[in-house]
Design a protein around this ligand. Sequence first.
Ligand code: CUA
Length: 200
Amino acid sequence: MNLSDFTAEASSHAAAVDRLFYVLVGLSIFISLAVFALVLLFSLRYRRGSRAKRGPMPKFIQREVEIGWTCATFVLFLFIFWWAAASQLSALTPPKNALEISVVAKQWMWKVEQPNGVREINEIHVPADKPVRLSMISQDVIHSLFLPALRIKQDVLPQRYTYLWFTARKTGTFHLTCAEFCGTEHSRMAGRIVVLPPAD
Ligand code: CUA
């Protein structure tokens, strides 16, 4: 696996996931800096021997400011929850016209069958700019299909079908791997997904 799998936004979903990720990182950095700045400021202002006022806080800070920041962080939290949940839910519902590719996992390989009957092992060839739906099942233990460049991952279970869908936006070859420990050769249960121009 190389870095480009994590930097390439190879599906429309990838761009949405990355946007959310960068906003969360930005918010975390901003809040951490604010906390550190206040710790520093207060420890200087109220150091031993300083003449800063030490009585009770003014009334408006005790009530309004307390209620204000509690509501603000709560609403911010709800917004982030709604944003992340909406993005995940849309990733679970494939469009009706999706190309259906069947994937069977077993220790330790991925067996793939295209709608026209062509079979591949550890490789999935898909057209760009067309919705693709993977219907997946396992012959033995639990595996997990992870396509980092597309920012999607789904457990593959024995005796039950699970699904993934995506629309690849970039042509090229990307990494495909198993993301659930499934035995001795779990780390070698990998392959590639090849996104081709639709004409090919
Ligand atoms: Cu299959 Cu890990």
